[in-house]
Ligand binder design. Sequence first.
Ligand code: SAM
Length: 166
Amino acid sequence: MNKALKFWNERRIQLKENLEQNRLPCCVAIPESKFIENVGGIIRTANAFLIKEIVLDHGVYNKAATAGTAKWENIEITQDVFGYVKEQGYKSVALEQHPRSVPIWDFEFPDNTAIFIGHEVHGMNDEMVEKCDYVIEIPQFGLVESLNVATATSIALYEYSRQHRK
Ligand SMILES: C[S@@+](CC[C@H](N)C(=O)[O-])C[C@H]1O[C@@H](n2cnc3c(N)ncnc32)[C@H](O)[C@@H]1O
């Protein structure tokens, strides 16, 4: 291996190690997703707040929307997103508009949280929501009934980060 390549490989390893040390004990869990742009945007946000991992039902996402962050992130692809989250010992929090939801501003995120988000069109079904330990929602006041899924994820990760990065 030539010197320059060796230097950049070492730098990359060092940078990744630094990121790993600063990650929050939190993951975004995506059991169903439709639009690859949204998944890309969520990976970018996950990098901004430096969470532990993103757990996905499939590995297809829009690379441009990730702004080059995907190679630095821990992306777990599994058919059984709920099973993986349980196995890792996360507390599961459904981010969903649901009769059981509490407003995000009244919620204290536990350590080691998995934030579950729903499908862009039909959201999370009741069966999925019932599998989660907590259900939270972002209060809205305007005409639209829901937020874009990547936007909602950004707000939730911001709040997790605000509470846990003190
Ligand atoms: C566009 S919404 C799904 C559609 C919506 N549930 C419906 O049936 O009209 C996509 C996902 O974004 C998240 N989401 C959007 N707005 C939200 C809010 N105000 N509070 C919590 N989650 C929200 C949820 O995870 C939801 O499943």
